[in-house]
Design a protein around this ligand. Structure first.
Ligand code: MG
Length: 379
């Protein structure tokens, strides 16, 4: 039985992960949970699974959590709490589903403790992909993707090495502005942008899907995860989000992974890999769908995809800067400080002013992250 710690258990992926663990019954056991600040939900999840540890990142909510937890569950808080969880003896795998960049430190600690990683937080690889993958090799552990596109590629390749593939084709729904004009996009409100046509997700990733920055981050993620050069990574718009990504081999054969769009599929695969386990999720009815559509992405309205190519080619701290500038621009758009279309301007200008540090250490990465956030908050 695999013993799992879920970081970010009250977010969209975390809640789905809890449902998967419940549905799998005795095959996995959730032994520890961590959340940012939703102490009430965290406490009820920890009670349901009989966890040995629960951590709330924001220490303000520690007492509230403590008051609701059953005896025998250790209460933790802050980053130190997350680090204690990932080091625990009763954890075999850590699912990192923390929004944004907060997952990097706990993932690094989990790798050093020899734990398997199920990674939903793409920012971890975007910020520090080279350093994290080196650490994974050094500690001889595994990092299994939970991001649906990367899970799809992993399932098609049946390995985490893309050397047998000619192209990795990341599919994208195109987001809510697939058919919008630039002018319509300029006037878009937060409410319009946050409304994703297919997936129901958190705010940050929904806005990233509207700018296609989510796909840009996923290109960088694929580059590090599958050791794949930039020119072999393609993006294809596929509005139905039924094909979650594809791999093209040298003989021209395409392999695609399909299911109804539901994050519980990639989560379950990460939990049970290399096995497949029976599941009760809705099955795909292709006849009912009737057709699947595809189109090339428009890199004029969605320069995000070009920014990702620049970031991958320049390497070093540049992907980290792209990610940090995106997070800062998201906050400004959410507050109504900048227009939707300015998000990509802010990222591009921040990247233009950055001189990438090659072979970046973790210190270089955190420094570049801080620098980019500060700059992106003002331009
Ligand atoms: Mg994805």
């Amino acid at each position: 039985m695999k013993r799992i710690a879920i970081l970010g258990s009250t977010g969209s992926v975390g809640v789905n992960a809890c449902r998967v663990a419940e549905a799998l019954g005795g095959q996995v056991r959730v032994t520890a949970l961590a959340a940012h600040s939703n102490a009430d939900m965290l406490a009820s999840q920890a009670a349901k699974f009989g966890c040995s540890r629960a951590a709330v990142f924001n220490p303000k909510f520690k007492d509230r959590l403590s008051a609701q937890l059953p005896e025998g569950c250790k209460v933790l808080s802050g980053m130190e709490g997350l680090l204690e969880i990932v080091r625990s003896d009763d954890v075999d795998m850590v699912l990192c589903a923390i929004v944004g960049t907060g997952g990097l430190l706990p993932v690094m600690e989990a790798i050093r403790a020899g734990k398997e990683i199920a990674l939903a937080s793409k920012e971890v690889l975007v910020m520090a992909g080279a350093a994290v993958m080196t650490l994974v090799a050094e500690y001889k552990t595994k990092l299994i993707p939970v991001d649906s596109e990367h899970s799809a590629i992993f399932q098609c390749l049946d390995t985490l090495d893309s050397c047998s593939a000619e192209r990795l084709i990341l599919t994208s729904s195109g987001g809510p502005f697939r058919k919008a004009s630039l002018e319509e996009m300029r006037r878009a409100t937060f409410q319009q942008a946050v409304n994703h046509p297919v997936w129901s997700m958190g705010q940050k990733i929904s806005i990233d899907s509207a700018t296609l920055m989510n796909k840009a981050l996923e290109m960088v993620e694929a580059h590090f995860l599958f050791h794949c050069p930039e020119e072999k990574i393609a993006v294809l718009i596929h509005p139905q989000s039924v094909i979650h990504s594809m791999v093209e081999f040298s003989d021209g054969v395409l392999m695609a992974q399909m299911s109804v769009p539901d994050m519980r599929f990639p989560i379950q695969y990460a939990f049970t890999w290399p096995e497949r386990c029976p599941g009760n999720l809705r099955r795909l009815d292709l006849a009912a769908l009737g057709h699947l559509d595809f189109e090339e992405p428009d890199t004029v309205r969605f320069r995000s995809l070009l920014l990702a190519r620049t970031a991958i080619r320049q390497g070093g701290t540049m992907p980290c800067v792209m990610n940090a500038a995106n997070e800062a621009a998201f906050e400004r758009f959410k507050k109504g400080e900048i227009a939707f279309t300015r998000i990509l301007d802010v990222i591009e200008k921040t990247m233009e002013r950055h001189e990438s540090v090659k072979n970046a250490s973790f210190d270089d990465i955190f420094e570049a992250d801080r620098w980019a956030r500060n700059l992106a908050a003002t331009i």
